[in-house]
Design a protein around this ligand. Structure first.
Ligand code: UDP
Length: 347
């Protein structure tokens, strides 16, 4: 039996982990040990996703969050290293681009434990983004690199990484296909917020580049207020953004821009699937807008998910027009977790 230690810690990682953890749980050849770093810990940023997506309770819960990047990453490394020494897994699997990803990847490689990186090869080419640093470093210490898109495979090639690279589609698409009907059955968010299908938009905002300085935050909020004059918007606020708004003294009073607490997976997918537009700086939400065939505007000057732009479903906020619209083939058919499991069995 192959023992895989999975490191998760942030909201998008719970969502990506759900379809793959399901495959691990049903495999007689693989055993998963899940380590939750605690980077996101609130009920509405963590607990609800475990329940709604049916994720098993992590074997380890580290409760490490807050503080500057170095401190948070260092504390995680110290704790993860001890767990890896005790458990001696055959490989460590990390998702995406957070500090939990970096801490897991570095702890493992220093112990000569192979690193599997899910969502390898994504690049914004903006080294001021903490996520970009995390993903570049983790890709360079990984021995199995699972890329969602052909652009990601090409990015790795340009950095000289070709061994162990596989294009596997997108785990978030697996989750969306499986969970959207379940979400529709359970969520009451449309009634709670008195929303009519296709007569509102959904926004999210949390990237450091949009929240760390009051000027950047003001610019992003002004963009959303302007957009809300055309179509009313619902904005589930990331805790970081709520704090940043208070710090910057920005009060949003507009009726047409409704600020709510972060919502769970079911509510989010019902909101997205009924929206007429999505405005976001989230990586995951840009793709999910496409999964629900809703046009997106990305509140950033670049994106890692270039195929959403090239195929006309997304535009950056400084772009006036969408490209001609086509279906995107890259994200697979909802079989990404199964493809990953097959690769890991023989890796
Ligand atoms: N999401 C959610 N509730 C919210 C906001 C986002 O369930 O209030 C989900 C969203 O649908 C997507 C994921 O969280 O699946 C994206 O996470 P986030 O934007 O935090 O991270 P990123 O994708 O930018 O790494």
């Amino acid at each position: 039996m192959k023992k895989i230690a999975t490191i998760i810690g942030a909201r998008p990682q719970f969502i990506k982990a759900a379809p793959l953890s399901f495959e691990f749980a049903n495999s007689s050849e693989m055993q998963e040990i899940c380590i939750h770093t605690g980077q996101h810990f609130d009920e509405n940023m963590s607990g609800i996703f475990f329940r709604e997506l049916g994720l098993p309770k992590p074997a380890y819960q580290l409760d490490i969050h807050g503080g500057p990047h170095g401190q948070m990453t260092g504390r995680m490394m110290e704790a993860i290293e001890a767990i890896l020494i005790e458990n001696r897994p055959d490989a460590v699997l990390v998702y995406g681009d957070t500090n939990s990803t970096l801490a897991g990847g570095l702890s493992a490689v220093k112990l000569h434990i192979p690193v599997i990186h899910v969502e390898a090869g994504l690049r914004s080419f903006n080294r001021r983004m903490p996520e970009e640093i995390n993903r570049v470093l983790v890709d360079h210490v990984s021995s199995v690199l699972l890329c969602p898109t052909s652009a990601a495979v090409e990015n790795l090639k340009a950095e000289g990484i070709t061994a162990g690279v596989h294009q596997v589609g997108d785990l978030m698409y697996d989750a969306t296909l499986k969970m959207t009907p379940v979400a529709a059955k359970h969520s009451r968010i449309m009634e709670v917020l008195s929303l009519e299908p296709k007569r509102y938009g959904v926004a999210t905002l949390h990237r450091a580049e949009n929240t760390d300085s009051p000027e950047a935050l003001r610019k992003a909020m002004e963009f959303l207020m302007h957009l809300s004059e055309q179509v009313p918007l619902v904005l589930p606020l990331h805790p970081r953004t709520r704090q940043a708004l208070v710090r910057a003294g920005i009060a949003v009073t507009e009726d047409r821009l409704k600020l709510i607490d972060p919502v769970g997976y079911f509510d989010m997918h019902v909101l997205l699937s009924n929206a007429s537009i999505v405005a976001t700086d989230s990586g995951g939400v840009q793709k999910e807008a496409y999964f629900h065939r809703v046009p997106c505007v990305t509140l950033r000057s670049e994106t890692e998910w270039v195929e959403t732009i090239d195929n006309g479903w997304n535009r950056l906020w400084h772009q006036e027009e969408y490209q001609p619209r086509r279906e995107i083939q890259e994200y697979g058919t909802g079989d990404s977790a199964k493809r990953i499991l097959e690769i890991l069995k023989s890796a």
